[in-house]
Design a protein around this ligand. Structure first.
Ligand code: ZN
Length: 497
């Protein structure tokens, strides 16, 4: 009967656990289209809260939303050489515009109309740099038009062979910011501002600690000058890239001829940035906090923050507890808390507890006849612990509890991340760590692509970032962990999603 029994424990099979948590919480489901997922209301509710928070942050930093076409002429993708190489192997193409009836029955009832072939095939956007910068070329004439700070919320398609719910799917939802600036300094400032914004969102909303830093040339975005990222450590000690911010330099401006007249009257190419986070963040949320009983959702991103479970035996008791339950629901809702009263009489309270736990609701209020008599409810936190709370001034008590749960989740995740971060690793330690428990390995790096490739081949670990100063070790290694030549930067290695 217990829902929780249907969830495979993490220690037994981590990836089965991950899928079970998603299925039990009804966050998503597999679709009839291979590699594409359906995001169910419980999962989409989390995405809506993420969108709202991020969108507010984008607007507060001067960005505006716009929308560009889903289709991109194939020739556009060819204009930036590195970019096309990065995406060519995973694009979906539209080549025809019509089907026609064959007169046959069943699956053969329609066929592609060969007379409807497009002169130029259209790419289903894998990312929108090309089509957006083609428009920027039209809109930007003068330095007065800069900076241009746009964002788009949309779906993209990257034809993936191996997919996992939320983490890697052929179609996914995201936001992509695209900006144009007068010079490199301003573009770099923007790239950094967004990286900081993503970090703040990860910590304050997802309750997920991240390391920020720059990617190596081998790991940067196809067509970028520099890529910065936020990196988090999941419970299986694999890293997850949770957001990226790219300084694109003038690569796309030159490919799409985006020029502006300077104040002095000259003509210059603009400097671009692009940045994005995706529905992968829901996967990050699940894997950062959840346990063997199911989803644990940070209160700020929980579509349902409080569930009230009334307990009764007799009709008289039922009337009394439901009346109090309704009152509590009203009080909390008026205080802006997302709350539901589970008045179903076909499900026993114990089964309700399991169900709401699996769905990650941060706080459960149980109200029985004795509680009603004492003017209280029992508050059970999804993170553990159950205490009586007075019904007077309950909204304030609940708000405090939710804030405490939010803070506890960040503290727990930070502690776990730090426990699995090893600083100043030797080659032997790096090999042993990646063969064993995994985690973040900090070590010296000579900067060569060869060392990077060999480490990847022999340990499965990649350089996640060359960390920003605040994340660096107090005394970083002076030699490369792999070749023992002088280190040019400290690096963080991990196996990654
Ligand atoms: Zn080296």
């Amino acid at each position: 009967m217990a829902q929780a029994q249907k969830i495979t424990p993490r220690a037994q099979d981590y990836s089965a656990w991950y899928n079970d948590v998603i299925m039990q919480a009804e966050l998503a489901d597999y679709s009839p289209v291979r590699g594409c997922m359906v995001i169910r209301p419980n999962g989409y509710g989390i995405w809506e809260l993420m969108q709202r928070a991020l969108d507010d942050m984008f607007k507060a930093t001067g960005h505006q939303n716009a929308y560009f076409p889903l289709f991109i002429p194939m020739s556009f993708l060819a204009k930036e050489a590195e970019h096309v190489e990065g995406f060519a192997k995973e694009v979906a193409l539209v080549t025809h515009t019509r089907l026609k009836a064959t007169g046959k029955a069943g699956a053969g009832a329609v066929m592609v109309d060969p007379t409807s072939a497009l002169e130029e095939p259209l790419v289903v956007r894998p990312t929108s740099e090309t089509i957006i910068y083609a428009m920027f070329a039209k809109w930007i004439q003068s330095y007065r038009d800069l900076p241009l700070l746009l964002n788009q919320w949309c779906n993209v398609v990257r034809w993936e062979l191996r997919t996992r719910l939320f983490l890697r799917t052929t179609e996914f939802l995201w936001q992509e910011g695209h900006t144009a600036h007068v010079d490199e300094a301003d573009a770099e400032r923007e790239t950094r501002t967004i990286l900081g914004l993503y970090r703040r969102f990860a910590e304050e909303w997802l309750a997920m600690p991240v390391i920020t830093g720059v990617k190596t040339d081998g790991e940067k975005f196809a067509g970028a000058l520099r890529t910065y990222a936020i990196e988090a450590l999941m419970q299986d000690n694999k890293a997850l890239q949770a957001g990226t911010s790219h300084n694109l330099g003038q690569n796309f401006a030159k490919a799409f001829n985006v020029q502006y007249q300077t104040a002095a009257g000259g003509l210059e190419h603009v400097w671009n940035t692009s940045w994005g986070v995706t529905t992968r963040l829901i996967g990050a949320l699940i894997m950062t906090h959840s346990d063997d009983n199911g989803l644990i959702c940070p209160p700020r991103l929980a579509p349902l923050q409080v569930v009230i479970v009334p307990i009764w035996k007799t009709d008289e008791e039922k009337k009394a507890v439901l009346e109090v339950g309704e009152g509590v629901k009203g009080d909390l809702a008026r205080a802006g808390i997302r709350v539901q009263l589970d008045a179903r009489d076909t499900v026993k309270p114990g089964a309700k507890y399991f169900e709401w736990e699996a769905r990650g609701v941060p706080l459960r209020l149980e109200i029985g006849p004795r509680d009603v008599a004492q003017g209280q409810a029992m508050a059970a936190r999804r993170t553990g612990g159950k205490t009586p709370v007075k019904l007077d001034a309950l909204a304030a008590t609940v708000s405090t509890a939710l804030a405490e749960i939010q803070a506890l989740l960040l503290a727990r995740a930070t502690e776990r991340r730090d426990q699995h971060s090893v600083r100043g690793v030797t080659k032997e330690q790096l090999l042993a760590l990646m063969k064993g428990d995994g985690g973040f390995a900090y070590g010296g790096y000579c900067g060569s692509a060869e060392c990077e490739a060999q480490i990847k081949e022999q340990t499965g670990a990649t350089v996640r970032v060359l960390p920003d100063p605040e994340f660096r070790s107090k005394e970083p290694s002076k030699t490369c962990v792999w070749c023992a030549k002088p280190s040019v930067a400290e690096a963080v290695w991990a196996q990654a999603y």
